[in-house]
Design a binder for this molecule. Structure first.
Ligand SMILES: Cc1cc2nc3c(=O)[nH]c(=O)nc-3n(C[C@H](O)[C@H](O)[C@H](O)COP(=O)(O)OP(=O)(O)OC[C@H]3O[C@@H](n4cnc5c(N)ncnc54)[C@H](O)[C@@H]3O)c2cc1C
Length: 399
């Protein structure tokens, strides 16, 4: 059985696993990724990649390639379903004040392709992990085809429902958030939502978001209620038109201007923040560690940040990998848990249906513009550290 003191196996080749593998490879660490999906996936969705994710892509040398295929996000605007502007934030301006890149809307397929294309031949193997054991000297990962892989560290990046996490840390069930998403990438344009604008329109309960681009846009609708009926052939456009008929503005045009088959349905779930991400030589990252609801659009960006920080910590391990994993957890867990909690809180607030509560919420949002800017600036101050060696013991959270 092969044994290597410095080999790392990564379980799962999604955003978290692929970015970690690439960052480790760039640091000269021997890495192998095992991805369950037998073919390269071609997901149709797109993601807001927040500032920390864009910084991580720059560190990986992929930022410009991704920007060329993606749509920049400049402003973030909250509106009531009656058309009133509640908040407007110049996100790109705040980022540039700090010397940080602006967020982008990125097709998931472009992101996964760029990450996996960067891996050396033989690093990515399409095989499912079915078991994991560790001892004082290393970790053994068992694959579905009977093979065993031995390494110094196992990085568990198999997503929110992670079976490998459940085997090592005990079973953890995702929690349904109380709303489902219907979302699509569309070429529809509307002059009232210029390219670069993110418009988020809050109704009683349901809400609609539009990330407008120059060539294509991403929109999503959050529908408060029970989870979807899996296999049911729901007439999605009809559902959306009924649920959003009172929303004016650009909403109806985006629904009409999108093919029924392009609309994806997802029951929104998240995890409670975990007490630990590390057990000996096994470390959780990405959604396996900190799946959050999409209300802040941060899961993939945070997964990219995990990859960079973990690779920095392992590159600095000086033979003590368990200590390096503990330092990674110290660097990332508190921030990621905070994102989980904030995203959950925002999802609950935005799901309010009672007209009086909605009126109070709108008033609070109008008064809270300054607080939103402050929160974004606090995040951005922390992100500035990612541009450097983020695992150095003295890389402190600024501001
Ligand atoms: C509706 C919705 C909208 C979202 N919008 C945004 C957004 O705008 N911005 C943002 O940043 N985030 C967004 N997210 C969150 C984002 O999608 C996730 O945070 C991100 O995909 C996490 O990446 P991951 O690699 O950790 O997990 P995953 O993407 O789940 O990847 C896990 C991988 O592990 C593989 N795998 C599973 N089990 C095994 C096994 N046993 N062996 C080997 N491989 C295995 C899977 O095949 C998969 O490829 C959104 C999520 C949802 C649901």
């Amino acid at each position: 059985m092969p044994h290597s003191a410095d080999r790392v196996v990564v379980i799962g080749g999604g955003v978290a696993g692929a970015s970690t593998a690439l960052a480790l490879q760039r640091s000269g660490i021997d890495v192998a990724v095992f991805e369950r999906s037998p073919e390269p996936r071609d997901p149709a969705d797109a993601l807001q990649i927040w500032v920390n994710g864009m910084l991580a892509l720059d560190r990986l040398g992929l930022g410009d390639e991704i920007r060329a295929r993606s749509e920049p996000m400049t402003t973030q605007e909250l509106r009531s379903w009656r058309g009133r502007i509640l908040q407007r934030v110049d996100v790109a301006g705040l980022a540039s004040e700090r010397g940080l890149p602006q967020p982008f809307i990125v097709r998931r397929s472009d992101l996964l392709t760029a990450l996996t294309n960067g891996l050396d031949d033989g690093v990515l193997t399409r095989a499912s992990c079915v078991g994991i054991e560790q001892d004082a000297d290393g970790v053994t990962v068992r694959l579905a085809d009977g093979r065993e892989e031995r390494a110094a560290v196992a990085v568990v990046a198999d997503g929110m429902t992670s079976e490998v996490r459940n085997a090592v840390f005990g079973r953890i069930e995702p929690r349904y958030a109380g709303y489902r998403y219907l979302s699509a990438v569309s070429e529809h344009q509307d002059a009232s939502v210029p390219p670069g604008a993110f418009q988020f329109i809050l109704g009683p309960g349901d809400r609609f978001g539009i990330h407008a681009g120059h060539r294509w846009s991403l929109w999503f609708a959050a529908l408060v209620g029970p989870p979807g009926d899996g296999e049911a052939r729901e007439p999605k456009k009809q559902t959306l038109k009924e649920r959003f008929r009172r929303f004016g503005g650009a909403v109806e045009g985006f629904i009409d201007g999108t093919d029924e088959t392009a609309i994806e349905a997802t029951d929104v779930e998240d995890l409670d923040p975990l007490e630990r991400w590390v057990s000996g030589r096994v470390v959780l990252i990405g959604d396996a560690a900190h799946a959050s609801t999409p209300n802040l659009g941060r899961g993939a960006g945070d997964a990219l940040e995990d990859g960079i920080v973990l690779a920095d910590c392992l590159a600095d391990a000086a033979g003590d990998v368990t200590n390096a994993l503990d330092r990674f957890e110290q660097r990332r867990r508190e921030n990621a848990s905070d994102v989980q909690k904030r995203a959950r809180r925002i999802g609950k607030l935005n799901s309010w249906k009672n007209p009086l509560a909605v009126a109070v919420r709108e008033r609070i949002m109008r008064l809270a513009s300054g607080a939103t800017v402050k929160e974004i600036k606090t995040d951005f101050a922390r992100f500035a550290a990612i541009a450097d060696d983020s695992c150095a013991p003295d890389a402190r959270v600024a501001g």
